[in-house]
Design a protein around this ligand. Structure first.
Ligand SMILES: [Zn+2]
Length: 242
């Protein structure tokens, strides 16, 4: 087995989702390939850190069960492609750099939660409940699952490819998570209802991720990605204009 074959399977290997024969071949690869073994170890550590930091999610077991039920009905996990793992590995590298060069500092709890949500969506085999690049499939999927109808704009002409949507929880409220991709970067966009008034985009950075937040027309939006600030800003602008 080569690294090219092994790399996209590391996540599945970590989750014990491989068939016995492939699992054995992966084990053999890990014993002979230091770089893949190191990636496995880093992902293990990251998954552990996320699990330990994950306090909010357990409070929303209902929604999680709902999401799990929906997930069971969906197709095989095609989104476990290599580019997802490149994105995850980029995240791991960013985290590793931060832990090496910066003393740990407390981030705002909501920003932290959004980055955790983003990482969880990449790691926990739960990027999308409805995998589709068609806005006319993704938008109706949210009907009856949320008490509002999130806009799902098609931004493919602007270089943001729709990947699908899923249900999530933000600040204790059900939220639509709409997933886009630019090159190998995943962009998670969360939309939830708010009684607050309109707010312009505020930007922050946490552990190599950009977190954009704004409110418009009774909805609160968050966008998180390891995409650079300029392009994520462009994304927010496009979403706001729809
Ligand atoms: Zn390897």
């Amino acid at each position: 087995m080569t690294c090219v074959e092994a790399e996209p399977l590391i996540g599945a290997s970590l989750d014990g989702e491989l068939d016995p024969q492939t699992a054995l071949r992966m084990e053999q690869h890990f014993t002979t390939c230091a770089s893949c073994a190191l990636l496995l170890e880093r992902l293990q550590r990251l998954q552990q850190e996320i699990a330990e930091a994950d306090l909010d999610w357990s409070a929303h077991a209902d929604l999680r069960q709902l999401a799990a039920a929906i997930r069971r009905q969906t197709n095989p996990p095609w989104w476990r492609g290599p580019w997802v793992w490149r994105s995850v590995l980029g995240a791991v590298a960013a985290l590793a750099l931060v832990s090496v060069f910066l003393p740990s500092q407390p981030a705002s709890s909501l920003e932290r939660q959004m980055v955790d949500n983003h990482l969880r969506s990449l790691l926990a085999n739960h990027l999308v409940d409805v995998p589709s690049s068609d806005q006319h499939q993704v938008k109706p999927w949210f009907q009856g699952k949320l008490d509002f109808a999130p806009a799902v704009p098609d931004l493919s002409a602007q270089g943001f490819v729709l990947m699908g949507g899923r249900l999530d929880v933000v600040g204790g409220r059900p939220a639509a998570a709409i997933v886009y991709r630019r090159r190998q970067h995943v962009v998670n966009l969360w939309v939830s209802r708010t009684s607050g008034s309109d707010r312009p985009v505020s930007t922050s950075e946490l552990e190599g991720f950009h977190v954009l937040e704004w409110q418009k027309g009774g909805a609160a939006y968050w966008a998180v990605s390891d995409l650079n600030a300029e392009e994520l800003g462009e994304f927010a602008k496009l979403i706001r204009s729809h």
